[in-house]
Design a protein around this ligand. Structure first.
Ligand SMILES: CC(C)(COP(=O)(O)OP(=O)(O)OC[C@H]1O[C@@H](n2cnc3c(N)ncnc32)[C@H](O)[C@@H]1OP(=O)(O)O)[C@@H](O)C(=O)NCCC(=O)NCCS
Length: 142
C-alpha cells in the first residue's frame, strides 16, 4: 500500500534515506516537508512496515524528484516503480516535466528512470563528494 507520509514515518524515512546519503536527515527537513504544500512524500508499506519512500517538490508544471529509496531486502520487486507511478498519478494535469539528479555510477536507478521515459539531459561534472558526476534526467509529459 502506498500512502502519504506522516510525522510517525520520519525516523524510518531517515533510516532508509541514510542508505542514499550519510547526511540525509540533516539535508532533508522532513518535518518541514510534511507541512509544506509543495512537497510530496509517499511511503510504501508492507505488513505495517515502511519498505520504501519517494519525495518530490511539486511546482505543478514541473516536479523534481528528490529521493527514492527501497529497503535492500525488498528491491527488484517493483516497489520503486510503484512509488514513481503513484507520484505521477498525484501530479497536476498541467505537468510538463519531471526532473531528478542521479549519480552517474548508480546504474540500477538510471535503468529504473529510463524505464519510465527519463532521459539524461545534462551532466554535472564531479558533483558528488566522491568525485562522481551527476546526471540531470528529465521526463517530458506527452
Ligand atoms: C534504485 C532503487 C530505488 C530501485 O528500487 P527497486 O524497488 O528495486 O526498483 P524496481 O524493482 O521497481 O525496478 C524497476 C527497474 O529498475 C531497474 N533496476 C532496478 N534494480 C536494478 C539493478 N540492480 N540493476 C539494473 N537495473 C535495475 C530495472 O530497469 C528494473 O526494471 P525490470 O525489473 O523491468 O528490469 C533501489 O535500488 C534503491 O533504493 N537504491 C538505493 C537508493 C538510490 O540509489 N535511489 C535512487 C537515487 S535518488
Amino acid at each position: 500500500m502506498i500512502r502519504e507520509a506522516t510525522v510517525l514515518d520520519i525516523p524510518r524515512i531517515n533510516e532508509l534515506g541514510s542508505l542514499l546519503n550519510d547526511n540525509f536527515s540533516s539535508v532533508n527537513h522532513l518535518n518541514d516537508m510534511l507541512e509544506d504544500s509543495l512537497s510530496k512524500v509517499y511511503v510504501y508499506e508492507n505488513d505495517d512496515q515502511v519498505i520504501g519512500f519517494i519525495s518530490a517538490t511539486d511546482l505543478k508544471e514541473t516536479c523534481d524528484i528528490l529521493s527514492l529509496v527501497v529497503d535492500p531486502e525488498f528491491r527488484n520487486q517493483l516497489v520503486a516503480s510503484n512509488l514513481i507511478d503513484y507520484l505521477i498519478s498525484e501530479l497536476d494535469e498541467n505537468l510538463k516535466i519531471i526532473t531528478l539528479e542521479v549519480a552517474s555510477k548508480n546504474i540500477p536507478a538510471i535503468h529504473l528512470y529510463e524505464k519510465f521515459g527519463f532521459e539524461i539531459v545534462n551532466v554535472r561534472k564531479k558533483y558528488y563528494a566522491d568525485g562522481d558526476d551527476a546526471y540531470l534526467m528529465a521526463r517530458e509529459s506527452e
